[in-house]
Design a protein around this ligand. Structure first.
Ligand code: T46
Length: 145
């Protein structure tokens, strides 16, 4: 799925949980993230780890970039805002991803000890794609384009 060309219009309804196939056998579990599993082509992967339980990684939104977040280990909460509504999602399964389209504000908190968040991104790192102040995000969403 291409990034929504009008990120001012994306809403919480565009966010979804993705089931990641799990191969289980006597050796344990193996999950694969490949082509059809994701709504975009993988361009970059990074991960958050050794996050203090008191840390709040907030917040930001992307104008064009999309993300899938996976709790590879442990758990954490993600508060998602579209400028009108908000909801909180807890990720705690390595075979479940959270798809966040462009134009959605996210804040992350309540990382459990030893948790690891894998982030799959639709594009290379580009600071100009970020909205890092919530007021800027709100103005961005209120724009008519
Ligand atoms: C997101 C959430 C889930 C880089 O130099 N390259 C990179 O690819 C990334 C992702 C970050 N950075 C630098 C930019 C900052 O100086 O690493 C520092 C920490 O990044 P940031 O403050 O953006 O971290 P978070 O946890 O607020 O947000 C990150 C991603 O930036 C964001 O895209 O979706 O994780």
């Amino acid at each position: 799925m291409a990034a929504n060309p009008n990120p001012t219009m994306t809403s919480l309804n565009d966010i979804r949980l993705i089931d990641i196939p799990k191969i289980h056998d006597a050796k344990g579990n193996l999950s694969v993230v490949e082509g059809p599993t994701l709504p975009f082509e993988i361009k970059r992967v990074y991960y958050l780890y050794d996050v203090p339980s008191t840390a709040e990684r907030y917040g930001n939104a992307h104008k064009l970039q999309q993300r899938v977040l996976i709790a590879l280990s442990g758990s954490f909460e993600i508060t998602l805002k579209d400028g009108k509504n908000e909801k909180v999602v807890t990720l705690n399964k390595p075979n479940q991803g959270l798809y966040i389209p462009n134009g959605i504000w996210r804040e992350m908190r309540n990382f459990s000890s030893g948790s690891v968040c894998l982030v799959i991104a639709s594009d290379d790192y580009d600071e100009s794609d970020y909205l890092r102040e919530f007021e800027d995000f709100q103005s961005f969403k209120n724009r008519t384009s």
